[in-house]
Design a protein around this ligand. Structure first.
Ligand code: PMP
Length: 313
């Protein structure tokens, strides 16, 4: 993979290869880092990127830092400014970006170390994956989603992601594209890095936020777009056996966008093809993110125009 010229470390723009953390830091030793994954969508007509729901991602980054009791949490305003600056410095154009904004304990110390806190940002070109367009075959994992009273998935802490790694590796070794977790109550939870939806009749259904899931921004977006398209949305427990009764299913998340689920445990979902409700929501999601339709301008932060406006303030 080709790498961009610059990244941010300790809040400064540096050459990509210099964006490193010390091996003695709590971040390296214990995964004491919280982060956000964001996407910037290129709009060719406007010759600009739109950062999708930046404000909501920054609210969640604030929450994660506060929950982890980080000392001197990095303010959202600074993270936003540095993200815009980094995209600008790299001179990206034409291809969608995936951005990681990480706040990490740079200091030495044990798992209880709370500071000092550093800021790291990377932005990489990442075109839409084939899985998003073609759909995925899913394994219900034999690994359990970590429960809220062990390692809360609501908090976007790096260390949590080893749970998802176990399920992902198992699923791929077994010949699936990805995994779906059940939680400690045996109910459907989420995928390793994305939320789960199913469609039954006119209802678009997703596990509620007490199902050991991340409070996903794309989940909120999909619920809102589904309501706006005239579907009834329901947030409730989903039994494992109910997966076999779904007409359609999809995953959603910043990286996974809206990804159709074709089969679960080798049983086709519905007729095994991408369903019409999933297809429609996917298209609306792309159009909203890319700024191809007018609706929800509040969800799109223009990168180049946004930076110019900031400079003129
Ligand atoms: N669940 C987990 C565990 C995730 O890591 C992600 C990706 N951030 C999601 C769900 C989807 O969240 P979002 O829509 O905010 O990207």
């Amino acid at each position: 993979m080709s790498t961009p010229k610059y990244a941010v470390i300790d809040g400064e723009i540096v050459a990509w290869e210099n964006a490193t953390v010390h091996v003695a830091s709590a971040a390296f030793k214990f995964g004491t880092t919280v982060f956000e994954g964001l996407r910037a969508y290129w709009n060719a007509e406007d010759e600009d990127f739109y950062l999708f729901r930046m404000a909501e991602h920054m609210d969640r980054l604030d929450f994660s830092q506060r929950f982890m009791r980080f000392e001197d949490a990095i303010p959202a305003k600074l993270v936003t400014e540095k993200t815009l600056e980094l995209i600008h410095a790299n001179g990206f154009k034409g291809t969608n970006l995936h951005i990681m904004t990480s706040c990490y304990v740079a200091g030495m110390g044990g798992p209880g170390a709370c500071g000092p806190v550093g800021l790291a940002i990377t932005a990489l070109e990442r075109p839409r994956s084939a899985n998003v367009l073609n759909g995925v075959n899913v394994q219900v994992s034999s690994w359990m989603r970590v429960p809220d009273n062990a390692m809360p998935m609501r908090v976007k802490c790096n260390a949590n992601y080893n749970n998802g790694r176990l399920a992902t590796v198992q699923a791929t070794v077994d010949g699936y594209d990805t995994a779906l977790f059940l939680n400690s109550r045996g109910k459907v939870s989420e995928g390793p890095g994305m939320c789960f939806f199913m469609v039954r009749g006119n209802q678009v259904i997703t596990p509620h936020t007490s199902s050991d899931v991340l409070e996903s921004i794309t989940r909120e977006t999909a619920l809102q777009l589904a309501r706006e398209a005239g579907y009834e949305t329901v947030e409730r427990d989903i039994d494992r056996s109910e997966l076999a009764a779904a007409d359609e299913a999809f995953f959603c998340g910043t990286a996974w966008e809206v990804t159709p689920v074709l089969s679960i445990d080798r049983l086709p979902v519905g007729n095994g093809a991408i369903g019409p409700i999933t297809k429609g929501l996917q298209q609306t999601y792309f159009d909203v993110c890319e700024g191809k339709i007018e609706s929800h301008p509040e969800w799109r932060l223009p990168v180049y125009a946004g930076r110019a406006a900031k400079a003129a303030e």
